[in-house]
Design a protein around this ligand. Sequence first.
Ligand code: NAP
Length: 341
Amino acid sequence: MSDTRDDVHEIVIVGSGVAGLSAAVYAARADLEPLVLEGPEPGGQLTLTTEVENYLGFPEGVGGMELIQQGKAQASRFGAEFTHGTVEGTDLEERPFELELSTGDTVRTRSLIVATGASARWVGAENEDELMGYGLSTCATCDGAFHRGDDVLVIGGGDSAMEEALFLAKFADSVTVVHRRDELRASDIMSRRALEHDSIEFRWNTELLEIHGSQETGVTGATLVSHPDGHPTAKLDEDVTHEDVEVGGVFYGVGHVPNTNFLEATSVDLDDEGYLVTRDGMTTETAVEGVFGAGDVMDPDYRQAITAAGTGSMAALDAEDWLETTDPVIEPVTPMANSSD
Ligand code: NAP
């Protein structure tokens, strides 16, 4: 990247998922020449999805990767610039804001859109650190093809777990969904598809305690625990049932955690789960003027591709408006009072 410490961007967008790309299209069309920082998962969660069936305008569905590639081409067409680099240090106390990247570059900007999304959650089973990537995965579309003819477990009861199970059923001999309660959280349509599938079984009120295997052998099995009232790992001192099963793969589909570590030392508000807090009302403004949030990083509730695209466009419009009405060089950095305070 050619940035020097004297270059100051009007707007930098951290994250290149659907929210970041949507913000980039809007900011680029407003001639703000946005710089988009592509972090450790360029393109975000949609690149790990197969078919997106509920994004408006695609009656036959659209591939997640295709949607992202088209969005990037669209933003580039209007002048958005893309560069790789994870934000490792953030100074939002002075203007212009400064971001230290993993590449060693420093990026300076008058306004900032945080669209860093969320990453797959791990369940905390024994051996998961050692076996992640060795038969344990958070992405069936990435790793499913390695499990032809295997018996595999999918952990979770939401749409992600159902999607993983349905995808894995194309390759695996058998797929067992392990869910900690006796009721799925997934949408009716996804639940029905998985429940009616011949190769998918369900283990209710059951959790994964330990994964067996090594980096040499890969995953060879797992210890499951169950309790008739659910949430068995919280009841290990009660009468839970332990069972060892032989499986060749374990897939986590237990939701996501927002990527906001790089904001922890700043005045941007985060909630208890780490989600970026925006001001009340229809806005993407954060507690620091000139910093805006978009997509899953600020949305613990909806978390859809289309809502992420929507908040991305809102963040760019909010940033454009703020840049037009404020002199970001002389405006002091004072955290704004949240209207909910
Ligand atoms: P989610 O809806 O939060 O579901 C997470 C699931 O994992 C829940 O069933 C939860 O159990 C379980 N879980 C969480 N932590 C666990 C732990 N430590 N151990 C065992 N189980 C645990 O997350 P998601 O499935 O990733 O979906 C997120 C959003 O994306 C949703 O809005 C969903 O509709 C959307 N999405 C849509 C599609 C689609 O339409 N094709 C695909 C994927 C995602 P409890 O139910 O007991 O809490």
